[in-house]
Write a new protein. Structure first.
Length: 509
């Protein structure tokens, strides 16, 4: 008759008193109405000198869980291995799922349970290779090489070891390629974060000298899905910087093929998947692909209910609102934007700054700007003032000049002329202290500081407005700040010169 044996029993028998005590303490932290099945099984096996499955079943014959003994033994076995991993890692349960898989194999090897180690190593190695856990694969390869001496015969070792070493070399090459791809991505992200559209041609050429050689080195040797994912992401962002949207759209599609395959196998990755869908939206917007944009927007709307975290829902609401408004703006459908504006404001996440501040501020600025365009100056001033108060809390400085300018113009339209000069001087000093005082800023703020910047001195105002409008149109190059794109200052001056509404000028342009 074959001797009855059990991996879980063998593991318990070689555990030290400290390791067993640690396991008990770890599981005593949780409150149970009654003792869990795996604890009952652990205590029974720990009290036995040998394993006898018949006696075990007989001992727990009055409990329903004994019918699933195989599952309970499997569960206890892996709970014990996880406990041993944490015990050996100085009792700090910081191991990731990936590290936990490898540590279980290492624990079994260190405990000299070579048969168990060999069996678990085979399964764990397959998972590590499939998921491209390169460092974990290398650690498993080291255990495999050591294990060969204990499991294989001398003749077999001479066959197995070269195969293990060859496989290890392949893993190292893939890991090095992934590192190169990550380095490329970091270079691109650094430049993308600096808003390279404000760089000189010389600075752009310098960036190309740093990035292009690394692209050429990588594109011929993308030997893993991980490397491809990082590489395509880097190329996508690099194309956005260079405004090469056609090529960037191609790389985004290649990236989406990998992301979609990964998402189908893991619904937890919905946030990552939707982020990439949003990037697809951006390219479709840049390339004016209206049909494809509607299809992608519909896909995002379909996935939105699957998001559980409110902060994530808010973030994607802001992302999509930005794109939706851009589409309406391009198609000169600002009336639709204004019609639903009050309702949109109620949906905007608060407090601001909790999410992606750049996207969020862009949405809030659009709200204030729309109110201004349609002559609702009280709401425009109130909203811009509310946003300005938030800058003391460390929000994006990119929009500060835009909000200050809009707030000053609101006071002009409301007839609060005495406030104009002090507000303009304050904005001038602040922007200078933040190195944001460009020639464009100086021109418009100096105009606002003058005593004839009122409707009372109409002739002087018109003459100066004509001169300032021309100078603003003449200013170009790297000093041209972002708010020239956000607010049509020459258009607003034109409305005053021609005595027409700003909305009429906006729709013409």
């Amino acid at each position: 008759m074959m001797k009855s044996t059990s991996y879980v029993f063998d593991l318990i028998k070689i555990m030290s008193k400290g390791e067993k005590r640690y396991f008990r303490l770890q599981n005593s932290k949780y409150s149970f109405k009654e003792k869990p099945n795996f604890i009952k099984l652990f205590e029974y096996l720990d009290s036995q000198k040998s394993f006898d499955e018949a006696n075990l079943k007989n001992n727990f014959s009055n409990q329903s869980w004994i019918k699933n003994l195989a599952f309970e033994k499997y569960r206890l076995y892996h709970l014990l291995l996880s406990s041993l991993v944490m015990y050996e890692d100085n009792n700090t349960p910081e191991a990731t799922t990936e590290n936990l898989l490898v540590r279980k194999v290492e624990i079994l090897f260190n405990k000299k349970l070579f048969e168990q180690c060999s069996k678990l190593l085979k399964k764990t190695k397959a998972i590590a290779i499939e998921k491209e856990y390169f460092l974990s694969s290398l650690r498993l390869s080291e255990v495999e090489a050591k294990l060969a001496k204990h499991v294989f015969s001398t003749e077999t070792i001479f066959v197995q070891l070269p195969q293990i070493l060859e496989e290890r070399q392949s893993i190292i090459e893939k890991y090095l390629t992934l590192n190169k791809a990550n380095f490329l991505l970091n270079l691109v992200l650094e430049s993308y974060g600096k808003r390279i559209d404000n760089y000189t041609d010389e600075q752009k050429q310098e960036l190309a000298k740093r990035i292009n050689p690394k692209i050429k080195e990588l594109e011929a040797n993308l030997n893993s899905e991980s490397a491809k994912t990082v590489y395509y992401r880097a190329r996508t962002l690099y194309c956005l910087i260079r405004e090469d949207h056609e090529v960037g759209y191609k790389f985004q599609h290649q990236l989406m093929e990998i992301i979609e395959a990964r998402y189908k196998n893991n619904a937890v990755l919905i946030e990552e998947y939707m982020t990439h869908l949003y990037n697809v939206l951006v390219f479709q917007l840049k390339l004016n692909k209206q049909k494809e944009l509607k299809e992608t927007r519909a896909r995002i709307q379909k996935l939105e209910p699957k998001i559980s975290l409110q902060s994530t829902k808010d973030r994607f609401f802001l992302y999509c609102l930005t794109v939706d408004w851009e589409v309406l703006w391009r198609n000169k459908k600002t009336d639709l934007m204004y019609k639903s504006l009050d309702e949109t404001v109620e949906k905007l996440p608060t407090p601001i700054g909790k999410h992606d501040s750049f996207i969020e501020l862009n949405c809030h600025y659009n709200v204030a700007y729309l109110y201004f365009i349609y002559g609702d100056y009280d709401k425009a001033e109130s909203h811009s003032h509310k946003i300005l108060e938030q800058f003391d809390k460390g929000l994006h400085m990119q929009f500060h000049a835009s909000f200050r300018l809009l707030n000053i113009l609101c006071h002009y339209e409301l007839g609060n002329y005495k406030l104009l000069a002090p507000l303009a001087k304050s904005a001038f000093r602040f922007l200078k202290s933040q190195n944001q005082l460009t020639d464009y800023n100086k021109e418009i703020l100096n105009f606002m500081k003058t005593k004839f910047f009122t409707s009372a001195d109409n002739d002087k105002f018109i003459n100066r407005a004509i001169a300032v409008k021309q100078r603003l149109l003449d200013i170009s190059g790297p000093e041209n700040p972002r708010f020239t794109q956000l607010f049509d200052l020459p258009g607003w001056l034109e409305s005053k010169i021609d005595k027409r509404s700003f909305l009429e000028i906006i729709k013409e342009h």
